[in-house]
Design a protein around this ligand. Structure first.
Ligand code: P6P
Length: 334
């Protein structure tokens, strides 16, 4: 018989640490985990069940939606709207917030998510993921508005992602470190396989979409040039580069072996502050990386301290190994 610790057991044991915990949070997390298992099954079957390819629609970001984007979004909503733990949800795939239907009880949490991050990769069988963030609904608010979601990342009570790769992984933090679980398909349970994940403070591996190089600001140009100059350059070290175009995969690599991930501000579209979204990509990933001993900045400020102005707000993201992130931040100060 297996003797692994399931994510349910882990969460309940974690919850015992929280005085006055009602089991509400544990049950909410279980519903999110169920959604990730269902999405994993769909992603894994792919062409066999006709979920690849694009839908004939665009999301609020103006991005063409993949069929699996819409399916994953629907799975997260249907798995979480009924149980009475949430007051509302916000999704990359939904223009406005998603209020809990009147037929269901409401709860005290807000769920924000990117149902299928990196979905442009799904048709070429490269890893994709689901990112989620949990906030408390402000006290006394039963009909939350967009404004109730606009809380800084430091207010998150939980952040996590599922990574649909060679294995399906779940990585989670509730503010007490970061723990990783692997889906055992034979029993349909996530088993604790990576307790206490930490990001090495130093790295010689950077991740950035270099095709945007001519649009970067000077501090990022300088940092990447120094990496590319290798031993003969200012850093006196050789660097390696990765770019998967799936933030979940990049962050997981960084949690596993270190690294720095950058999607900086660029002048390609001056109206955009960055590509990645603050509320359901940058903030949850920042909480995870910081809880694992890493750092996460726009280059000019700590991402988790930003006061959001819109649920789909974009921000520059520089996150990962603390000493490298701090170096890039110092270049922004120079
Ligand atoms: P590009 C995926 O669309 C995403 O939001 C992140 O997961 C990923 O890091 C980035 O965009 C990739 O962007 O411009 O390289 O396609």
């Amino acid at each position: 018989m297996y003797n692994g610790v399931t994510v349910t057991q882990f969460i309940i044991e974690e919850q015992r640490r929280l005085p006055g915990a009602t089991g509400d949070f544990t049950s909410l997390l279980n519903d999110i985990v169920t959604a990730c298992k269902v999405i994993s099954n769909g992603v894994n079957k792919g062409a066999l069940i006709g979920v690849l390819g694009t839908a004939e629609s665009e999301n609020v970001q103006g991005e063409t939606q993949k069929k699996m984007d819409i399916i994953a979004n629907d799975v997260v909503i249907k798995s979480n709207e009924w149980a009475g733990h949430l007051a509302a949800m916000a999704s990359e795939e939904e223009d406005d917030i998603y209020p809990i239907p009147a037929r269901y009880p409401k709860g005290k949490y807000l769920l924000l998510f990117d149902p299928l991050d990196g979905s442009s990769n799904i048709d070429v069988n490269i890893s994709v993921g689901t990112i989620f963030s949990i906030l408390r609904c402000p006290d006394g608010v039963t009909e939350p508005t967009k404004e109730d979601f606009l809380q800084p990342g430091t207010e998150q009570v939980c952040a996590g992602y599922a990574l649909y790769g060679p294995s399906t992984l779940l990585v989670l933090t509730t503010g007490n470190g970061v723990n990783g679980f692997t889906l055992d398909r034979d029993i349909g349970e996530f088993i604790l396989t990576n307790p206490n994940m930490t990001v090495p403070a130093d790295t010689r591996e950077f991740a950035i979409n270099t095709s945007n190089q001519r649009f970067w600001e000077e501090p990022v140009q300088r940092y990447v040039d120094e990496c590319l100059a290798g031993k003969e350059g200012a850093r006196g070290e050789e660097f390696n580069m990765r770019w998967v175009a799936s933030m979940v995969a990049e962050v997981h690599r960084i949690l596993t072996r270190g690294g720095i991930f950058m999607y900086p501000k660029d002048t390609k579209d001056p109206s955009k502050a960055g590509k990645l979204r603050l509320m359901y990509e940058a903030n949850p990933m920042s909480m995870i990386v910081e809880q694992a001993g890493g750092a996460s900045s726009t280059g000019r400020e700590r991402i988790m301290e930003m006061k959001p102005n819109d649920i789909h707000q974009r921000v520059p993201v520089i996150l990962g190994s603390k000493n490298e992130v701090e170096r890039v931040v110092s270049y922004h100060k120079d």
